[in-house]
Write a protein that binds this ligand. Structure first.
Ligand code: ADP
Length: 774
């Protein structure tokens, strides 16, 4: 059955050599009860471990069923221990955190026996050793004798051919010892039992054969046996622990040290908390920035004016090698270089008109066209304007629309192309209603209900700062727009002059009636200044006026004259063009304002505009201003930078927690050395041991990841409360669920990586040494 041939096992410690087994040759029968007697340190355990495959001999051969084990691989030894050998130790070696049944089943679990069969066999084994009634207790609720019975049940559950017992009664009282010995004796009727003991009485009473050992050598054998070459069938079934078993082993182990695990998970979750909070804040801020960007978009349209500021180019610098004492160098001033005249041709206007409406439904055209506006105040007809400029300081009030559009963002012209949606989006009605036609205008009030005093004055109200006006004084007010032909008279000199402002001029049949239909106020802070405070009118109104005045006498006269037809002073062609458009003789807008409907579409609009410039000469290029872009690229870049720095800091704490997990796993490995030995004795492979510890770190990693994410999520509430107090922004911190999931995965992967090295160390542990450890 089993034969040792010249087995040697030497231990080298420092310079000294311990000959634990010194040329041992012995053979065992298929069924017998062998006692190995000898003083402590004589090599008994070493031999038993050698027979059981826990320890591999240095030289010689161990023959199992006629098969040499000289070229056994680790996996063969694992399978041999699992299939053919049962171990019983002096110190029971029950895995404390598993149930009795799980302990007994472990060998079969490792070899993948099906659940039902496994349980049936385990129950049978437990009943056989007399533990039927105690099956559901925890190991720590059992007496020493009962523990040893569990160990015996575990050893015989898979019905092995060899039972190896190392001082099985060494820790038991006499009465219990007798019961255990009786049990082992009974088992020896079916298999080979080899028992190590230093108690000669016990050996003599129970064993059928006594081998005496001393100094690593057999001194006497009471019943020697010579093995004939046997041709027994010998096949080993390989063991394999499933991930599920590994998880279960780790989980029950973790359960026994809940407090420590919770603390570890918490400590290692701090890195995750850090990153999650940073991410949720930056996502929140990003959302906030995006929101603001969409709003700045409304406030800062892409502007195409007749003159544009050009981007400075470094290459334009003149290389002045040396400042000379004798000469001066001519150069173009920065301001001159920067100004570019946009030639807004019909082509370009058509190009803008053809832009896909899905990109921008708001395109406003402002014109430098003046309006011949009249209003009757207290029964008297007065000349008024829609301008909000101070008429004393402004020389060309009639050009107000153009001025305001060129001076920056705010304009008093809104697009009509989208049926007043633009107004509805940004403004609410305080009194009256939204305009429904080109002849209806509104008064834009600031959010504190103030209105630019010039706007009121220019409309004909006598206003001093602080004066209050009822809505009813404003809403319903009507004005007249007089055509050029009615407004101007031709003098005999050929010059033109405005007619006297009279009631009859007010009542001319060709006049258009304009009505102030409402007072509007910005809905939110972001919409403030989308339109300038004062009268706002649609670009359609200006277009109508241009239509009416384009072919008026004064326009025709001005087109043919190189003097100002009103003052008689000479004008150059630029000045003449300005005069013509002021008089409504030009349908070329002073500026075009494009309000894209999203930031993405803004980029598309810009590239559409850029496309026009492709291949055009410098002078024909149309240069636009994108204020919103400048603002957003600034804030966006800043956000990214801050996020990276914060994540880097949080990452450091993540690495720290990873190292901590490695240390914890390492301690766990040390703590569970015995368990590693037991598992190995039961046939667990190195891989299985690694797997058990990897499973443990996986559990820890998932736990700390989930804990970190949950804590970070909980933290967003107080953070938001504080932020909303300080900045007035609501719900800034927002943890993206996707980020949460990714962080849990990162935590798990890092933890497993950190724990893997100690896990590998555990797997490398020598089984025999592991079992000897306390
Ligand atoms: P017994 O079981 O008869 O008490 P052992 O087989 O345990 O004896 O030990 C035999 C000898 O081998 C002892 O001297 C012991 O110190 C030595 N020994 C056992 N294991 C080791 C080891 N891992 N390293 C060094 N020496 C060992």
């Amino acid at each position: 059955m089993l034969e040792l041939k010249h087995i040697k096992k030497y231990y080298h410690v420092g310079d000294s050599v311990t000959k634990a087994l010194d040329d041992v040759s012995v053979a065992f029968r298929k069924k017998e009860f062998v006692a190995i007697l000898g003083p402590s340190g004589s090599g008994k355990t070493t031999m038993l471990n050698g027979i059981g495959g826990l320890d591999v001999y240095d030289s010689g051969d161990l023959i199992i069923k006629g098969k040499s084990t000289q070229d056994f691989k680790a996996s063969d030894w694992d399978a041999y221990r699992n299939n053919s050998v049962g171990f019983i130790f002096q110190s029971y070696n029950i895995i404390g955190h598993l149930s009795i049944l799980d302990n007994v089943e472990m060998g079969m679990t490792l070899s993948g026996v099906g659940n039902a069969e496994k349980k049936a066999k385990a129950v049978k084994a437990l009943e056989r050793v007399g533990l039927g009634p105690h099956m559901n207790k925890r190991p720590n609720q059992l007496s020493g004798g009962q523990m040893q019975r569990v160990a015996i049940a575990r050893a015989i559950a898979n019905d092995p051919e060899i039972l190896l017992c190392d001082e099985p009664t060494g820790a038991l009282d006499t009465e219990t010892s007798v019961q255990i010995m009786d049990l082992i004796k009974e088992l020896s009727a079916e298999r080979l039992v080899i028992m190590v003991t230093h108690n000669p009485d016990l050996a003599r009473e129970y064993a059928s054969r006594i081998i005496e050992f001393a100094d690593g050598k057999i001194q006497h054998d009471s019943n020697p046996y010579n093995e004939e070459t046997s041709n027994e069938n010998f096949a080993l079934q390989k063991t394999k622990m499933t991930y599920w078993t590994a998880l279960k082993l780790s989980f029950t182990n973790i359960k026994t040290k809940k407090g420590r695990t919770a603390l570890t998970a918490f400590a290692s979750s701090i890195g995750i908390i850090g990153i999650a909070v940073v991410l949720s804040l930056s996502t929140g801020f990003q959302t906030q920035v995006n929101k603001t960007q969409t709003n700045t978009l409304a406030q800062m349209p892409i502007t195409i004016s007749q003159t544009a500021q050009q981007q400075q180019k470094q290459s334009d610098k003149i290389k002045t090698a040396k400042a000379s004492n004798q000469t001066v160098t001519a150069r173009v001033s920065q301001a001159d270089k920067a100004t570019h005249t946009n030639n807004l041709t019909i082509d370009y206007l058509t190009y803008i008109k053809n832009m896909s409406p899905s990109l921008s439904n708001n395109v406003t055209y402002t014109y430098s066209t003046g309006m011949n506006l009249l209003r009757q105040v207290d029964g008297k007809t007065k000349s008024v304007t829609f301008s909000n400029k101070n008429s004393k300081s402004s020389t060309a009030t009639s050009m107000s629309a153009a001025m305001s559009s060129m001076s920056g963002v705010a304009t008093s012209v809104y697009p009509t192309s989208d049926n007043a949606n633009f107004l509805k989006k940004h403004y609410q009605v305080v009194s009256g209603q939204y305009p429904t036609s080109a002849n209806e205008v509104v008064l834009i009030a600031n959010r504190d209900n103030t209105v630019n005093i010039n706007a009121l004055k220019n409309l004909g109200y006598s206003a001093k700062s602080g004066d209050q006006f009822k809505f009813s004084q404003i809403v319903g007010t009507t004005l007249k727009v007089v055509t050029n032909n009615d407004y101007y008279q031709k003098l005999p000199t050929g010059n033109y002059l405005p007619n006297k402002i009279t009631d009859s001029l007010y009542n001319k049949a060709n006049n258009q009636t304009i009505k102030v239909v409402g007072v509007l106020r910005a809905k939110t802070k972001d919409s403030d200044n989308v339109l300038a405070s004062g009268i706002a009118y649609s670009d359609k109104l200006t277009q109508n006026i241009i239509k009416a005045n384009k072919n008026s006498d004064i326009v025709k006269a001005q087109k043919d004259s190189d003097t100002n037809v009103m003052t008689g002073t000479r004008v150059d062609s630029d000045m003449r063009d300005t005069l013509i458009s002021t008089l409504g003789g030009s349908s070329t807008p002073a500026s075009i304002l494009i309000y894209p409907n999203s930031f993405k579409n803004k980029d598309k609009v810009l590239s559409y505009l850029d496309k026009y410039n492709q291949g055009k000469s410098k002078d024909d290029k149309i240069i636009y201003t994108d204020l919103a872009g400048t603002v957003s690229s600034l804030t966006g870049g800043l956000m990214d930078a801050i996020t990276y720095v914060l994540i880097a800091f949080a990452g450091i704490s993540l690495v720290t927690s990873m190292i901590m997990i490695a240390i914890i796993t390492y301690t766990s490995v040390l703590e569970r050395t015995k368990e590693i030995g037991i598992l190995k004795a039961l046939g667990a492979r190195k891989k299985d041991i690694t797997r058990v510890f990897d499973a443990e770190t996986t559990i820890l990693g998932v736990a700390s990841g989930v804990l970190g994410v949950v804590i970070a999520w909980l933290l967003t509430f107080p953070i938001n409360a504080v932020l909303s107090n300080v900045t007035g922004l609501n719900n800034v911190a927002h943890l993206n669920p996707m980020h949460g999931v990714i962080l849990i995965i990162i935590s798990t992967v890092l933890t497993v990586l950190g724990g893997h090295i100690p896990a590998r160390m555990a797997a490398k542990k020598d089984a025999a040494t592991a079992l000897r450890s306390e």
